[in-house]
Design a protein around this ligand. Sequence first.
Ligand code: GLC
Length: 558
Amino acid sequence: MDGLRDPGIRKVGSQSSIDTDVFDITRLLDRPRAVNIDRHRSLDERAMSEHSVMGNAKAVDSSESMNSTMETGPRLGFETPISSTPRSPNPNVVDAWDALRRSLVYFRGQPVGTVAAIDYQSEEVLNYDQVFVRDFVPSAMAFLMNKEPDIVKNFLLKTLRLQSWEKRIDRFKLGEGAMPASFKVLHDSNRKTDTVVADFGESAIGRVAPVDSGFWWIILLRAYTKSTGDTSLAESTDCQKGMRLILSLCLSEGFDTFPTLLCADGCSMIDRRMGIYGYPIEIQALFFMALRCAFALLKQDAEGKEFIEKIVTRVHALSYHIRTYFWLDFQQLNSIYRYKTEEYSNTAVNKFNVIPDSIPDWLFDFMPIRGGYFIGNVSPARMDFRWFALGNFFTVLSSLATPEQSTAVMDLIEERWEELVGEMPLKVAYPAIEAREWQIVTGCDPKNTRWSYHNGGSWPVLLWMLTAACIKTGRPQIARKAIELAERRLAKDGWPEYYDGKLGRYVGKQAKKFQTWSIAGYLVAKLMMEDPSHAGMICLEEDKAMKPALKRSSSWSC
Ligand code: GLC
């Protein structure tokens, strides 16, 4: 099972140690069409990288920022000295770094995160002045790639502290391991104190639980460890405990018949009712990635061992389940189309009793001969055939997808470029739900009308995930095309949160401007194209030990 371990993070006895030389991302070259992931520079990006944005930034002077005007309310990075903005000829990049630094949030003089958005025009701040765990991930990646790891470490420690809070919604106590969706730093100028308030779902619109937060936390801990070579943070007693608490929440035994994680609606980036309750691919892919990251980071001590064993079992079952039952391509669609129903016993081909009539009309035209994807959800008599970008990219990045499936996901993007990328990368989900279905599924949500927001809206933040997936599968030209599209408008439009319309042509109806993850997502995409080895922070190679468990289920045959 040792093969599962991230080759870049090796265990020595009960200690894990990072060995950047051991992780050879150029191993990806073994793949038939793998990209030339030069450790430092990609071929045709070399000229561009003469103006690399990887320059060393000045450290933030925390004492000065402590002396700045104190006020009650969130203090952003405005008054604090900022690191020097790396020079680049690309005005979009310069603009993005400036905006990213303005979004910094400080706690007792130390940067601990970035706010979700600083929209100067919008009167309604809602909770966009908070540091969201999921939103901070691309910011963190940008800082790590720019050799500024301190803020990431501070963030990991701050959120770890919050995890240990007692969390309640009304009279109900949440699981110990739950991580917050977001937090906010309050500065009291009179008392000269900083305090933190966190939201574990008890304040969130719809009271949704951020199932993804804990997974992002583990994924980020591994990215930090990988990027810095500093294993001491992940090995610390607190971090080990934090990981175990998150894992206890999602590896506990219950009534499940599937290895996938049962979730309520709105538990991820799509944090409103959108019909993704059940076993959403968005969560399953992050769950798998987090399990593999935790496997690499957990110490093999008495407490860690138990979890390592559980992870091994779950990862095998989960990859089999997702690769088999969530996968859809032309052949598989044809097979489902011809399914018999009401099959009893373990010889059933149509295991979930999916009624072929429930296949939506749009899918027959959408499905190309070349390409495939993991569908949104699978549960009894229910297949949600919608495409979800984040989930699919993370199946590729975590190697939950087989190499063939990863290639097919990228093929699909090429084949259905207009639908999935359009004029602004990228659709968070496809297609939009409309009319009566929209009423029933979203509860008449006016923010999620067709082709807007989570319901078929286009989210620039997804660019970094697409780029990482392109690098991993050796298809940098796809990312290049998408980045070019984004560059035509993103900065000019003021870094919107999302775009609306079938082609993503319009700035979203209620989209915030200067949305931090749109800014950071773009930067991370650019940085990875300049130096594809950065993608190693967020990519996991296929574990050979998982292979034997992979057999096609009988439902694969036509
Ligand atoms: C919206 C998004 C959510 C994001 C938050 C802050 O609620 O749906 O994914 O974390 O805004 O940007």
